[in-house]
Design a protein around this ligand. Structure first.
Ligand code: NAG
Ligand code: NAG
Ligand code: NAG
Ligand code: NAG
Length: 205
């Protein structure tokens, strides 16, 4: 009797484990339309609402192609990063005469970090437009994009860190720049996550 019970229990446990594993291993049900595809893909990012807001307008261009979605997300990142770089470049002129050398230094540093980020995101967009390999070659091209996008993300974090020891200024420049960096960071992080999802779809023989 004891043996019978424990073997039933064992059977039950192993069945449960098996079911849990198969559920975890199964992909989610395929999206039923292009809008649904963006929503489903955005759920894998760290900032899903930002993702949906910034990308759902492109659903007809993206259709259900993870590579196109990643490319559009990178393009959105490029335009936000470029805009912020220009904005901060304008600010550098004001802070130079604002009487706070620390604030001025942080704004200048942030501007060069953003300029670097624009370069890397632009390279990423170019690479996404010229993917031509398969298997390992394609993975290598995508890994370059992952490297540039991670570097851009780090640059945005470094921009914010640069203001850590700067006192909040009367003009609100610190809060303004840090607030904008957080928003650009969100779209950049999302774009990187979507590139990672795209990389996962590449088959290696
Ligand atoms: C797309 O699919 C979702 C989920 O199945 C559904 O709720 C939505 O109404 C669909 N949208 C269109 C435009 O068909
Ligand atoms: C990126 O977006 C701009 C509009 O914001 C568009 O003109 C351009 O063609 C897009 N580039 C790519 C490679 O998708
Ligand atoms: C930067 O300054 C120029 C000239 O004042 C202005 O036209 C432009 O809109 C500003 N750009 C941003 C992003 O604030
Ligand atoms: C793929 O594109 C790269 C440039 O991005 C080029 O150097 C390479 O020759 C291309 N390969 C093929 C097979 O077309």
């Amino acid at each position: 009797m004891k043996i019978h019970i424990s073997s039933t229990l064992l059977f039950f446990l192993s069945t449960t484990t098996f079911l849990t594993l198969t559920t975890a291993g199964n992909p989610p049900p395929p999206p039923s339309n292009d809008t649904d595809f963006i929503h489903t893909s955005c759920r894998t990012t760290l900032y899903p609402q930002t993702c949906i807001n910034s990308l759902s307008g492109y659903s007809s261009a993206v259709q259900r192609d993870p590579g196109r979605l990643a490319r559009v997300a990178i393009n959105v990142t490029l335009s936000k990063t470029k805009h912020m770089a220009k904005y901060v470049s304008n600010l550098t002129r004001d802070v130079d005469y604002g009487g706070s050398p620390r604030l001025a230094a942080a704004v200048h540093d942030c501007h060069s970090l953003l300029a670097d980020a624009v370069y890397g995101v632009r390279e990423s967009l170019g690479q996404m437009g010229t993917l031509n390999g398969t298997g390992e070659a394609l993975r290598f091209q995508i890994s370059n994009v992952q490297t540039w996008m991670s570097a851009a993300l780090t640059n945005l974090e470094t921009c914010t860190d640069g203001f850590e020891d700067v006192a909040a200024d009367g003009g609100g420049v610190k809060d303004d720049v840090c607030g904008r960096a957080v928003k650009v960071k969100e779209v950049t992080s999302n774009a990187l996550a979507l590139v990672n999802s795209f990389a996962d779809t590449v088959q290696t023989p």
